[in-house]
Design a protein around this ligand. Structure first.
Ligand code: FAD
Length: 427
């Protein structure tokens, strides 16, 4: 019987285990996660969880019964620290808890961890990161505390803005400090960034762009031997922004320790091919920990690391197929969402290398789309509060179709009616 070891028990890891069983795999499957919790969804952490609206069962991915029924051995609260392998790819892994697991096939779904900000003062009490459930469990009551009124969020990416929105919704004074000249600049066009800036300022959030942070300031400890609490964020120009709580959201670092140990290629993530195979051709890897060939549009070239649930699930399907010895390649259209209070963003496709954008609708009305084109071909869209348009774009991209820019700009034409299929026959 073939034993499979999956290291990392979250979206990608659970998906691989699930597919292997669905496809009739009968050998032992070990799913090892270092976090003490059952596998859970991360997206609600920066939304409903820190708002205090959710219970653990609301975010858990699968019940205990689900794992038991599939005979998937879920090991939580233990970290795989070493992996020894033979030339045929089989091997033995050892966990921090001293457990030894023999396997024939190995999948790495180790995700990513929060990037730490290298400035003075991040060890003050009241300074938070938000990547995992334990951090969210600590952050939620701190946000709800009536004595915590001034909140500074460092980083104007999705997690920073989602958390800032929750804090603002709780009635706090919220300041977002973003080092770049615009919000979420790595992912969206200027038009979408500008919309977020206006929309959040309208809701009373303070946002500082091009922020140059010097260090965090804190008070003396009330108890000897303990660290004092954060009281402010000092900028390089001498400004001090008062803070009872600081949340740092400055991106993530892929977890590649085991890949290094195994001698696999690592380049800003575990390097995998379109079949989710690592450089040894035996190990598979999926999700946030991987750097993969750009999956969309086909033939565009380049490599990318995607941080999204959709990517973790889709790439895990391919990884499972590769473990089963099939030839599968990642070809689906990536998509993503971010909920910032009443602002729902949905992104279809990848905008990498765009040379034209069309803004459809009126951003001030908070219901509009930004469509991205390369060489006249639609490649992606950011859709704000308009799920119908998101579905139209996603469906068009999936078919390899386009929506001519002139038609996209005309709001009187429903997007789905403007789709032009690759053979130029209107849909
Ligand atoms: C607060 C927050 C909000 C988000 N919101 C959205 C959203 O709105 N939409 C969206 O699409 N995506 C969102 N994401 C991103 C999404 O959650 C991730 O893309 C997704 O969880 C990736 O899944 P994964 O399985 O690849 O990795 P992860 O979820 O990171 O899981 C990897 C697991 O592996 C474990 N691990 C690592 N090394 C070892 C080891 N050696 N031994 C044992 N275990 C190990 C880690 O502890 C972790 O539990 C959000 C993420 C966060 C943190």
């Amino acid at each position: 019987m073939t034993a499979t070891l999956i290291v990392g028990a979250c979206q990608a890891g659970v998906q691989i285990a699930s597919i292997l069983r669905e496809r009739g795999e009968t050998g032992p499957i070990y799913l090892v996660g270092e976090e003490p919790h059952r596998p859970y969804q991360r997206p609600p952490l920066s939304k409903g969880w820190i708002k205090g609206e959710l219970q653990p069962d609301d975010v858990i991915l699968r019940s205990r019964d689900w794992f038991a029924e599939r005979d998937i051995e879920l090991i939580t609260g233990d970290r795989v620290v070493t992996v020894h392998r033979a030339a045929d790819g089989s091997g033995t892994a050892t966990t921090e808890g001293g457990r030894s697991i023999a396997f024939d096939r190995l999948a790495l779904t180790t995700g990513a961890s929060a990037r730490k900000l290298q400035i003075k003062g991040t060890d003050y009490h009241g300074v938070h990161y938000l990547r995992d459930a334990d951090q969210a469990i600590t952050l939620q009551p701190a946000l709800a505390d009536d004595e915590v009124q001034n909140i500074v969020v460092i980083g104007g990416g999705f997690i920073g803005l989602e958390s800032a929105t929750v804090a603002r919704g709780l009635g706090k004074n919220v300041t977002v400090l973003e080092a770049a000249p615009r919000l979420v600049g790595r992912v969206v066009a200027e038009e979408t960034s500008a919309f977020y800036l206006d929309a959040h300022r309208r809701r009373g959030m303070q946002i500082v762009l091009n922020a140059r942070i010097s260090h965090l300031i804190g008070g003396d400890a009330k108890v000897a031997g303990q660290r004092g609490s954060v009281t402010g964020v000092a900028l390089e120009d001498g400004t001090v922004i008062p803070a009872d709580l600081v949340l740092i959201g400055v991106g993530v670092i892929p977890r590649t320790e085991l890949a290094y140990q195994l001698g696999l290629d690592v380049d800003g993530g575990i390097s995998v091919d379109a079949s989710a195979r690592a450089s040894d051709g035996k190990t598979v890897a999926a999700g946030d920990c991987t750097m993969m060939p750009n999956p969309y549009p086909l033939g565009v070239g380049g490599r990318i690391r995607l941080e999204s649930v959709n990517n973790a699930l889709e790439q895990a399907k391919i990884a499972a197929a590769s473990l089963l010895g099939e030839d599968a390649e990642y070809r689906s259209v990536p998509w993503f969402w971010s909920d910032q209070g009443d602002i729902k963003l949905q992104i279809a496709g990848l905008s990498t290398g765009y040379d034209q954008v069309v803004v459809r609708g009126e951003p001030a009305e908070e219901k509009f789309s930004v469509l991205y084109y390369r060489d006249g071909q639609l490649i992606a869209a950011d859709v704000i509060n308009h799920p119908v348009e998101f579905l139209a774009v996603k469906s068009a991209l999936t078919k390899g179709a386009t929506i001519p820019a002139a038609a996209a700009a005309d709001v009187t034409i429903p997007l789905k009616n403007a789709v032009v299929l690759p053979d130029s026959v209107p849909a």
